[in-house]
Design a protein around this ligand. Structure first.
Ligand code: GMT
Length: 380
């Protein structure tokens, strides 16, 4: 099948999911066309089934805001016609579902019918899409999608609660590629750079936005390091980073924390990690937690949103109420303080991650694509 994937090309979870999905679909013989404003970070164009088309928004002095949706929908129409694309899969409702719908309408005018699948990822529903200034257009474009998917049951419920949605929403969870060689000693980033042998490695990976509750990460670690020798790896970058560095200094633990910024060494860092912290305010799924678990790293998280659908209480880690830093630290110490307990959690984390192997999830997307095509054919 020839599929256009529209996504954000950045380090965020929705872009990563869209990119890895596209790469795996291409490996299975589909022709994939990524359409976005920059080459997605995890995309290597070394596959003859993978294409990338850049959306450029020309500047003009009259524009206070650059009309990205306009350029995106034009590009979609042009690429669908040029490459005979059969389906649009847009990731993150804003503004992709809206631009996708406009492209569908323009194509219809030329006698071309194309189905659109919209995947809801989280903040497009729970934080941004829900804003009164966007809500009408977001509801409209979700309702106009031929098929809608969400990355967790929790996000599906939130969508019905926050918007007036008439469409069915199909839950397809985030996934992980478990085929990667996970037993190899790791390449460029050595454990000795991160911590001494006797120190446990605690890791957090995110885009350092408020929703991730970065100060909680640091407070939990501060308590951990008072009873267990440990180092904290802070991976990613964003608006909360400078404040986080200051908090570490105030607590006198800056020498125990490494801020990596946006890193391409995520697999290496996770392969050496003993525990992953994700105390988010809200998290539709928590792809970062799943990526950690796939490296046999147990997770201490909040219990918000879809986190209980991936981090299983007392099995792959522990979950606490948002902001309950004391309990999160106690649970972390329970896991890290005893090597037998730690090893048990490590084994469990990997076995839970296996349920989300891309090999199990990809056919769900393929059947959704078929559903979208059938639906369109029925109404034609
Ligand atoms: O985590 C982020 O803030 C990035 C965001 C995104 O849209 O790129 O991630 C969301 O989508 C991921 C992939 O589906 C989910 O695993 C994350 O849980 C979700 N983030 C939130 O809901 C805060």
């Amino acid at each position: 099948m020839k599929i256009a994937i529209v996504c954000y090309p950045t380090f965020g979870g929705s872009g990563v999911v869209a990119t890895e999905l596209g790469i795996e679909l291409a490996n299975r013989g589909h022709e994939i066309h990524f359409i976005t404003y920059r080459q997605p970070v995890r995309l290597a164009l070394l596959n003859s089934n993978v294409h990338y088309h850049e959306v450029n928004v020309p500047e003009y002095p009259l524009f206070h805001y650059q009309p990205y949706e306009l350029a995106l929908s034009s590009k979609l129409v042009d690429m669908v016609k040029l490459y005979k694309i059969e389906l649009l899969h847009v990731h993150y409702a804003i503004p992709h579902a809206y631009a996708g719908y406009m492209a569908k309408q323009m194509l219809k005018d030329e006698g071309i019918s194309i189905p659109m699948v919209t995947t809801l990822h989280g903040t497009d529903i729970t934080l941004v899409g829900n804003h009164p200034n966007y809500k009408t257009a977001v509801s409209f474009s979700i309702n106009k999608s031929d098929v809608v998917t969400s990355v967790s049951k929790s996000l599906k419920d939130a969508t019905y609660e926050l918007f007036n949605i008439k469409n069915d929403i199909h839950v397809i969870p985030n996934f992980i590629e478990l085929n990667k060689q996970r037993n190899e000693p790791l390449i460029s980033c050595q454990r000795s750079i991160m911590a001494k042998n006797e120190e446990r490695i605690v890791t957090h990976i995110s885009n350092f936005r408020k929703v991730k509750r970065i100060p909680d990460v640091i407070k939990i670690f501060n308590k951990i390091q008072k009873s267990i020798p440990a180092k904290l790896m802070m991976v990613g970058d964003g608006p909360e980073r400078a404040k986080a560095e200051r908090l570490c200094e105030e607590l006198g633990i800056l020498d125990k924390v490494i801020f990596f910024g946006n890193s391409n060494e995520i697999d290496s860092i996770l392969s050496y990690s003993d525990l992953f912290l994700l105390p988010s305010q809200t998290e539709s799924f928590g792809l970062a937690a799943l990526e950690a678990m796939a490296w046999s790293v147990p997770v201490i998280s909040s219990n918000s949103g879809g986190l209980p659908e991936v981090n299983f209480e007392g099995i792959s880690g522990y979950l606490s109420e948002v902001g309950n830093v004391d309990e999160m630290a106690e649970n972390a110490i329970k896991i890290l303080g005893d090597i037998q307990i730690l090893n048990k959690f490590k084994i469990n984390a990997l076995s839970v991650a296996k349920q989300f192997d891309i090999k199990n999830i990809l056919p769900l997307y393929e059947s959704i694509y078929q559903k979208a095509i059938n639906k369109l054919n029925k109404t034609a």
